[in-house]
Design a protein. Sequence first.
Length: 588
Amino acid sequence: MNGYAVPNTFVPAVAGSLDVRRRSLLVARLRVLIVGACFLLLAIVALLRLAWLGVAQPGHEIRSMADALLPPRGEITDRNGVPLARAFPAYALWYNPQAMTEGGDGGPPLVKTPEEIARELRVIFPDLDVYEVAQQLASGRAGYIRRRVLPEDANRVMAIGELALELPQEEDRHYPQGSLAAHVLGYVGSDDHGRVGMEQVLDRQLSDPATRGQPVALSIDMRVQGALEDELASGMRSVNAVGAAGIVLDVDTGEVLALASLPHFDPNAVTTEDVILPPERTAAGEMPRSFNRMTNQVYELGSTFKPLTVAIAIDAGKITDLGRTWQANRPLMVGGNAIRDSHTIGAAINVPQTLIHSSNITSAQIAQEVGGPQMHEYFELLGLGERPFIELPARGAPLGMAGEWNSSKAAYAGFGHGIAVTPLHLASAYAAMVNGGIWRPATLHKVRPGQAPRGRRVFRASTSARMNQLMRMIALYGTGRNADAPGFRVGGKTGSAEKPGAGGYRRTSLVSTFAAAFPMDSPRYVVIAMLDEPQGTVASSFQRTAAWNAAPIVGRLVPRIGPQLGVFPDADRDIDLSDLRPLVGDTD
């Protein structure tokens, strides 16, 4: 073997080393097995515990733990996830007259006089009524003095040094956007239930532990909502109107992108007068701030109905030639009354001229040719015979739709008189007129792509296409010129109707409305702007009609919201009017 000898002592040494390694390896494996067995045992115990909870206590403890982690009321957001209503930890100011006497000798509940304390609280809360608070403190009646107290104000209350003024921490409802979309959202009352708006509609869903963890997305876009409210408020102030309302509606889905009623209220600080007014103020025609003019108040909306009348006549086959004329230079006698125009337009005018110059006389004649029964049938298909379709609880019932319609009824309805509906009714009807002829209910829920309701057909697609041309012509050549936003292809119709009162119509009280859609080459949105009792001012060239006050609101609003909704100005695009322009004539 190479002449080397292996020492006899090497073999026992190697063998001993191998025994030590084997033992260490066995110990390590045993420890791993023990640890694994422990984990397995814990897993089995946990599974058995869950199974027992599911059988013996079905979901009770699990739900209790989940409830503790959820807000007391679910969140509401706009269509883009912007929070509109959410739970908010806050303090409340509570008067506890027993605080000084609990376990004591029954001494007075307050160190200072009620009047002194009320005055000190007024320094912290300037809107506080000193007399009412002093009366509450003097009465010894426990109760809230104020809800929604900020932490810094709570510290100042503590510094007053009255034990009876307690500051319990509560979960409060907070509206991060303030008064924006107040009539859509509503508010939460002292009983923790929703009032007025979607807070009331969604009350169960927002309160149920099974669903309140998921935010509810509305169809509202807060960018569009803010622009609408801003332009309505500006227009309302400029003409000293008593109220205003507006909406932006998706014509293909029925989604409400914005809905406003002015004056508005702040859902973070709802007052009694926001909800109910004294009888004498109600009798004078005043409405509480929470009243929704868009969905709950019915109006005779005047000339905004004229495009609907023309659309019905075209669709029913009563108008086959837009160049056909009707007499327009003398009053039309209907039911013993004379229908007149504000001025003589011409001896005879055609359909485009009727809409451009807003003739009552020719609109009434067109409606008479359609006839009462058929006019009524179309109005029913447009949803004008029922309360408006939307989720909000406050929805006004239309007036003047009941019963059999004769030729006289049709004549007045043809130019928006003798029938009173909400502005929301009008918005949905206009959407059907411009979107290809399909009526769909308005909704405040966000609609998923491809999930829009099928709706019902009212007009043929060809009728809708023709009306889109005529609507655009009104904004180019007629009473809607002040709404024509360059590049956005706006179309629309003015309406200025006298408000009814004791003894007939009040000539000095108007409802001015502009009903519009854009872009007219492919309509996507309907916009309604309405002013209640506008006055003639410098801003409106001392005019009270919609062409001078409501139409400019739409003209300013569309360029603000168009790009946010994916509609950009394009001076090179427009709907083709070449076959109608020869019929327009002199538009001055």
